[in-house]
Ligand binder design. Structure first.
Ligand SMILES: Cc1cc2nc3c(=O)[nH]c(=O)nc-3n(C[C@H](O)[C@H](O)[C@H](O)COP(=O)(O)OP(=O)(O)OC[C@H]3O[C@@H](n4cnc5c(N)ncnc54)[C@H](O)[C@@H]3O)c2cc1C
Length: 219
């Protein structure tokens, strides 16, 4: 169990948006929560001591907070969050984290790389800061896991490992091998650690300094 010294708030569920059988956007009351896009909150079912980290999916200006949750069948929190109903309550702490789009790099070319629900902080970036110069490379196992990809327009590029028909058939890291980078690029990597470690090394080999590579590991 994770513990925290920051104050926790009880928030009502306002909406559950089911994107696939396994993944939902859970919208809750904001109740004054101030966060910077890219940060995460600690969420649990009200009254249950188990809490887990979830990146904020919604933009900074919204009057609600959303998280994008993939249910882990034998998990203690994610499944329960996906099964919540409108009007039920969650407890929320935070925000936490340094995976932020600092002002000095908002004008630079951005390469946003995610696996699965690791797309969540990028949704918050794009919703919060208009006119970003970004490419979003999203890796998933299946085609239907392009979570609300229309939101990103032509900036979105889908790598799908187990089905045909996406922009690229294979893993994100297979696609990265083919990519040329502007040396001014800031890369943001979010999702599972295997992708992040591999992509980090590849980006360094392509000449990006470590200061321009930002990471958020989910598991
Ligand atoms: C900083 C941070 C931000 C995170 N943001 C998100 C988010 O926005 N959305 C989200 O769904 N999860 C996110 N996670 C993962 C989340 O905190 C939980 O670990 C996850 O929901 C599983 O919790 P659980 O109690 O259901 O399962 P647990 O009993 O804790 O089981 C954990 C196991 O589930 C698997 N797992 C964990 N997360 C995922 C995932 N997203 N997709 C597939 N398998 C997974 C891993 O194998 C892990 O070992 C984040 C983690 C961190 C550290």
């Amino acid at each position: 169990m994770l513990t925290t010294t920051k104050k926790r708030t009880t928030c009502k569920v306002l909406e559950i948006r089911k994107l696939t059988a396994e993944t939902s956007v859970v919208r809750i009351e904001r109740i004054g929560l101030e966060f910077e896009p890219g940060q995460y909150i600690r969420v649990g079912i009200e009254g249950d001591p188990e809490i887990r980290d979830y990146s904020v999916y919604s933009g900074a200006a919204a009057d609600y907070v959303e998280v994008l949750v993939r249910r882990v069948e034998d998990g203690l929190v994610s499944k329960q969050l996906c099964d919540l109903e409108v009007g039920e309550s969650v407890s929320v702490g935070g925000p936490y984290g340094h995976f932020k789009l600092l002002e000095e790099i908002r004008e630079k070319p951005l390469l946003l790389i995610a696996t699965g629900t690791g797309i969540s902080p990028f949704h918050s970036f794009v919703d919060s800061f208009k006119g970003l110069n970004f490419r979003l490379i999203h890796g998933t196992a299946k085609l239907k896991e392009a979570y609300e990809s229309d939101f990103y327009g032509d900036h979105y590029f889908h790598c799908v490992s187990r089905e045909d028909g996406a922009d690229f058939k294979g893993r994100v890291t297979d696609y990265l091998k083919t990519l040329d980078l502007d040396p001014e690029t800031n890369a943001f990597l979010c999702g599972n650690c295997d992708m992040i470690y591999e992509a980090f090394d590849m980006l360094q080999d392509k000449g990006l300094p470590t200061a321009q590579i930002h990471t958020e590991v989910y598991f």
